[in-house]
Write a protein that binds this ligand. Structure first.
Ligand SMILES: Cc1cc2nc3c(=O)[nH]c(=O)nc-3n(C[C@H](O)[C@H](O)[C@H](O)COP(=O)(O)OP(=O)(O)OC[C@H]3O[C@@H](n4cnc5c(N)ncnc54)[C@H](O)[C@@H]3O)c2cc1C
Length: 392
């Protein structure tokens, strides 16, 4: 059988990693990159130990402290009336079978590293400022016509085009779950005095959840998911007041704090696609499921999907089976869909439970977390859920 061809559309984290991982199979990969975002991205991503192991095994990225900063403790806090932090939960690596609680990576660096790998592997990367292409069904395969001089036929198209792309609309179902949280995420990076920076801190504020995630001994990434109405009240002093709030919370953990990057603000929503594929097109990444970032699970879910997809395609390619057929795509969808649905809904319920303002409820929630914090078995169970063990 002729070598099969895959076209990956979208060059965010998902598109790049999918191209890199699948290029290790006996297939030809083309990657359509779309317009390149020149804006410096200050975003960081927490990746679980098992997912870092998967990346290491595939030898796509050098797994060292420069790229993946290890984090061996995670602490959760509430704030008292006198603005004092009360620790309600703590987990460390000795309670998680000596696995790191998470690894932090900078999106810009990981993108640069995967791009280098893609160049080394000579994956065809088609960059277009304004992407204008047509999809045509040609015989059994799917053709993409970019312009007069470039046309190609593919067994499988993988749309890694994020949650808002027009391209996914013809695969979308009216049963998709799509609701806004009426919150935005505010991200930035702080510089501070040198410390042994290996603890992640998460504070439950009335306005939302503020996380401090270490990325080096002198830098910490901040992710604050905050109610839109709080930000709207700040009006034209918005950036000043956001920075003030972050600064005041950060002084509990760090000294000599400086804002190292600008604030980046994004809308937050929950999206779960009902359809995973149609007519040789597979949706992937945030185009399939987008979750609230408070638990740092969005990209981790995508890496788990990718691990499954790679295994499935490897077997089929070895057997000479057409990888874009409905049977293969439904096999992947039938396995990944229930897992992703339960995981996304579970995160949504957890997120909502942290937003309830009722005091008696909050007391029960905090006491429950304190009890769990003292129970090594319960903690190990929670760690395994976040790390990778939620697979069936
Ligand atoms: C504040 C925040 C913090 C987060 N923290 C974590 C974390 O700690 N851990 C974790 O696991 N996850 C985290 N996530 C989730 C994670 O960032 C996302 O799941 C991941 O970045 C999704 O990547 P993606 O490539 O699927 O989508 P996107 O990043 O949206 O990329 C889609 C790409 O497709 C391109 N595109 C769209 N349409 C077309 C087209 N027609 N042609 C060509 N290209 C097209 C776009 O230009 C873009 O480059 C976080 C998310 C947020 C918002």
């Amino acid at each position: 059988m002729k070598q099969q061809k895959i076209c990956i559309i979208g060059s965010g984290l998902t598109g790049l990693l999918t191209a890199a991982i699948l290029s290790r199979l006996n297939v030809k990969i083309d990657l359509i990159a779309g317009s390149v975002n020149k804006k410096i991205n200050n975003r960081t991503t927490a990746i679980s130990q098992d997912n870092v192991n998967f990346l290491k095994k595939n030898k796509i990225l050098s797994v060292d402290k420069k790229l993946f900063w290890p984090c061996s403790k995670m602490k959760l806090y509430t704030v008292s009336k006198t603005s004092k932090l009360n620790k309600i939960f703590e987990i460390n690596e000795f309670e998680s079978s000596k696995k790191k609680i998470l690894y932090m990576t900078r999106n810009s660096q990981i993108i640069q590293n995967i791009n280098d790998y893609i160049i080394r592997k000579k994956i065809v990367k088609i960059k277009k400022k304004k992407l204008n292409f047509k999809m045509i069904t040609s015989g059994f395969l799917k053709s993409i016509k970019f312009n007069k001089d470039y046309q190609s036929k593919y067994n499988l198209l993988i749309f890694c085009t994020g949650k808002n792309s027009d391209l996914t609309k013809n695969i979308a179902s009216s049963n998709n779950i799509n609701h806004g949280y009426r919150e935005v995420s505010i991200t930035t990076i702080l510089k501070h005095e040198f410390l042994n920076n290996n603890s992640a801190h998460q504070i439950f504020l009335d306005s939302g959840i503020m996380a401090f995630l270490p990325i080096s001994n002198t830098e910490t990434s901040v992710v604050w998911s905050v109610k839109k109405k709080v930000i709207e009240k700040y009006k034209n002093r918005r950036n000043f007041l956001i920075k003030k709030k972050i600064y005041l919370s950060a002084t509990s953990f760090y000294k000599k704090i400086k804002f190292f990057s600008n604030l980046e603000i994004n809308d937050l929503n929950l999206f779960i696609s009902q359809n995973y594929y149609k007519d040789r097109i597979l949706l992937f990444g945030d185009a399939l499921h987008t979750v609230h970032p408070f638990a740092g699970q969005g990209f981790n879910m995508i890496i788990r999907d990718l691990e499954d997809l790679e295994k499935k395609l490897r077997n089929k390619i070895n057997l000479g089976i057409d990888i874009g057929s409905n049977e293969i795509l439904s096999e992947f969808s039938n396995e990944a869909k229930p897992r992703n649905f339960i995981y996304s809904m579970g995160l949504d319920i957890l997120k909502k439970s942290f937003s309830i303002k009722n005091k008696p409820y909050q007391n029960i929630r905090n006491q429950t977390l304190s009890i769990i914090s003292k129970n090594p078995y319960a903690k190990k169970f929670l760690f395994n859920l976040a790390n990778n063990k939620f697979k069936f």
